[in-house]
Design a protein around this ligand. Structure first.
Ligand code: FAD
Length: 258
């Protein structure tokens, strides 16, 4: 809807409305392109819903819905299912009222200056950064779990196929080296910066949200330093706590939720 009013927001914070919108879009729009979900796609969907159920720091109604969908999906035997069945589980029409994934997109920190920019791709990056941080904070058992769920989701379903291919290449190169939860948080941050670097100046860049090597020195002065030869160097000892704080569940703002 091009007539949506602009929602003022703080650029250095993250918003639950973006995370819920990203889930809505991935589960009700992106997945809907796959009438029949089978084989590798079905296992990607299972892993995605499973990490969301474990680590998404969501509202109770949303967590209830994720749990119910997760149980049904894990119990679903067989190698395929129709999107229609999945969609019925998601919309959950015959169950109690305290179980729902809100319908519709309500972008806040991921608003673009025009409707075809930012939004879902911004939302799904943010969602997975939050999940890597939550896996660290809530004691997951497998440090690669979130990243491998993201890799599989992107590979099976992400609408931008070029993006999916690039992401797959980066994952194949180095995902197996991730052995700790901190390394997983830093891996996604550094790969996201590689993408920022690659796509800076492209048509997909919102001029009001230029691609930078993130976080900027304004957001995290201690994250940046210079080598003796004057080259930029990240101070990872500072970047990690910055990411843990920025994406922690307690810093997610709930403005603009229904
Ligand atoms: P985004 O890059 O979407 O970032 C969202 C927000 O995350 C930013 O506003 C910022 O607050 C924060 N952020 C920025 N950098 C980092 C970081 N390093 N670590 C943590 N947080 C950060 N587009 C292409 O044109 N070509 C591609 O090959 C491509 N590959 C993609 C691969 C994946 C897996 C995904 C999810 C998206 C890809 N995209 C690609 C889309 C592109 O990366 C952006 O998502 C899109 O252009 C919207 O940009 P944005 O300005 O909203 O910021």
């Amino acid at each position: 809807n091009t007539e949506e009013p602009w929602r003022p927001f703080n650029r250095s914070r993250i918003y639950m409305a973006d995370l819920e919108s990203a889930m809505h879009y991935s589960l009700r729009v992106e997945l809907a392109a796959h009438t029949l979900i089978r084989g590798e796609e079905l296992s990607s969907l299972r892993k995605y819903i499973s990490v969301l159920t474990k680590f998404f720091p969501g509202r109770l109604v949303v967590m209830n819905l994720l749990k119910s969908v997760n149980t049904r999906l894990q119990n679903h035997t067989g190698n395929e299912m129709s999107y229609e069945t999945f969609r019925e589980w998601l919309d959950n029409e015959d169950q109690s009222l305290d179980t729902a994934l809100p319908e519709g997109e309500r972008w806040v920190g991921c608003q673009g200056s025009v409707p075809h920019l930012r939004r879902y791709p911004c939302g799904i990056w943010t969602l997975f950064h939050v999940l890597t941080v939550q896996a660290k904070n809530t004691g997951g058992t497998d440090p690669q779990e979130v990243l491998s769920a993201m890799r599989n989701y992107v590979h099976s379903f992400f609408g931008c196929r070029d993006c999916a291919e690039h992401f797959q290449t980066m994952a194949t190169e180095s995902l197996s080296e991730v052995n700790t939860f901190s390394a997983a948080v830093l891996w996604l941050w550094s790969r996201h910066n590689r993408v920022n670097n690659r796509v800076a100046g492209a048509l997909s860049e919102d001029p009001n949200f230029p691609k930078i090597q993130w976080p900027s020195p304004e957001m995290c002065p201690g994250c940046h330093s210079l080598k003796e030869n004057g080259e930029h160097r990240w101070v990872q000892d500072q970047v990690l706590p910055f990411l843990l704080a920025h994406f922690s569940s307690s810093s997610i703002l709930t403005d603009y939720l229904e």
